[in-house]
Design a protein around this ligand. Sequence first.
Ligand SMILES: Cc1ncc(COP(=O)(O)O)c(C=O)c1O
Length: 389
Amino acid sequence: MEISNRLTKLPSQFFATLVKKVAVAVSEGRDVINLGQGNPDQPTPKHIVQALQKAVENPDTHKYSPFRGTDEFKQAAADFYKREYNVDLDPDSEIAVLFGTKIGLVELPLALMNEGDLFLLPDPGYPDYLSGAGIANVTYDTMPLHSEHGFLPDYKELTDKQKEKAKLLYLNYPNNPTGATASLAFFDETVQLAKCNNIGIVHDFAYGAIGFDGDKPVSFMQAEGAKEVGIELYTLSKTYNMAGWRVGFAVGNAKMIEAINLLQDHLFVSIFPALQHAAATALSSSQECVDELVNLYEGRRNTLINECNRIGWKVNAPKGSFFAWLPIPEGFQSEEFADYLLAKADVAVAAGNGFGTFGEGYVRIGLLVDEGRIIEAISRIEKLNIFKP
Ligand SMILES: Cc1ncc(COP(=O)(O)O)c(C=O)c1O
């Protein structure tokens, strides 16, 4: 049986190769410090686990969920946006429940785009945006993110033709992989671009909870008129260490939300009700666990940046997310440098070109191991004598 043309055209999963390389090194008995992945290392807070345990004992939760998710979860999501961002949302028409945001990001081009429409994606960017383009079989152009422009797209670089054909535009701040954050002024500019050119905006707010130095990341929904032009995707994966639970939601523009819901009516019967109850508990309870998590990542970030600077690796501190985006030394390509660190120092990092053409020249490091391991990783790199203190 041949697989469909649609599947043969999908982009290759760049990071599957990294996982394999690390697995080979580990199977050889090497003590690999894996800074290459994006999987939160801390457990889900106890009160959320207990909420699931209790809910699962109630047979009512064993039935099908309502197609579009439970009222309790959607109301909790609306209350969360009101409390955290002062944004008003109607739980029925302006919130869609998602099995994690990866699925939403892949569903959106399928739900909203037609032949001839153009999809605008950031480069570097989260690789699964390309999976969405591939599955929907739509054309995309990339918007380069340069360090001189704070890793924000420069809308002045878009051509008239791109603006005319664009139907959807994806953004992601705090940003994976660069760790950059966006200001409300940038989101205001985005709303203007969208209104003038009739472009739907999708803001991937996966790292919305993780801002450093006391700066709370801005929600796209806080920009005036955002709801008229776009939506925001929020996941519980990072905020509450619930990556394996697969739960998130989209908020904002009612037409875009309806398109997701319509597609999902045909694909799913929403998430296990007990899990939706636990997710509602996460959003509605004390957020002290989130503050503790952000402090933990900030401590790791400070250690990493101090250690890099100590050995002469000149790097900038990320402002949010749990990633650091580090320029590689001259004479290397990103993938070559990542392979070199794995071979010579048993340190795994993600090569920047895996996130797009403009990721070349960088590697991404995840702040997902404890500070002792970060110090150990950088001291192993120090011994390679590539940097001059
Ligand atoms: C930028 C970005 N968006 C979305 C996701 C997907 O998160 P989830 O599907 O767990 O909600 C990730 C996960 O790593 C991510 O890094």
